[in-house]
Design a protein around this ligand. Structure first.
Ligand SMILES: Cc1cc2nc3c(=O)[nH]c(=O)nc-3n(C[C@H](O)[C@H](O)[C@H](O)COP(=O)(O)O)c2cc1C
Length: 142
């Protein structure tokens, strides 16, 4: 956690630092993640682990301090499990929960969540999916 004390990563510059810079400049973020084992993919988890010092600070007593307060976020996840099992059994819902946890402590306000279930049988976006996307964009812009 030296990075949190110094607000800088000790590792050589790579995409983690570059992504964090972009996040600091952004007013809003759209995160899309397939559901892997009822969670987000390991690579995305590692990216957030690497960016922890720029996402959430801590008071001297260890109280979390969100560093992106008031920014908006849209969460998108896809899974092969069909509805409603993707929700009941925490499939795409599990990935969304994991993202919510990270973004909540970082101060983001989640304006929309889009879950695409049953991608094995229906991989393409339906008209309803597209309408959900349009609605999410409208909410993001207002
Ligand atoms: C490693 C791995 C784990 C997965 N785990 C789940 C899972 O737990 N539940 C599920 O419904 N689908 C799971 N899937 C399927 C993906 O969520 C599904 O492929 C999703 O629609 C992503 O689309 P893509 O494969 O085109 O990226 C998994 C896929 C992979 C590769």
């Amino acid at each position: 956690m030296r990075c949190r004390a110094t607000s800088a990563c000790v590792l050589p510059e790579d995409d983690a630092q570059r992504t964090l810079t972009l996040l600091h400049e952004a007013d809003a973020v759209v995160i899309g993640a397939p559901c892997y084992w009822g969670n987000i993919p390991g690579q995305l988890k590692v990216l957030f682990d690497r960016m922890v010092y720029g996402m959430m600070g801590e008071s001297p007593r260890g109280i979390p301090q969100p560093l992106h307060k008031g920014k908006k976020a849209v969460l998108v996840s896809a899974c092969t499990t069909p509805w409603p099992f993707n929700v009941w059994f925490n499939q795409s819902r599990g990935a969304i929960k994991a993202l919510r946890e990270i973004l909540k402590w970082s101060g983001f306000r989640i304006t929309s969540v889009i879950e695409k279930s049953g991608t094995k049988r229906r991989p393409a976006l339906t008209d309803r999916d597209e309408e959900k996307c349009r609605k999410a964009i409208r909410r993001l812009l207002c």
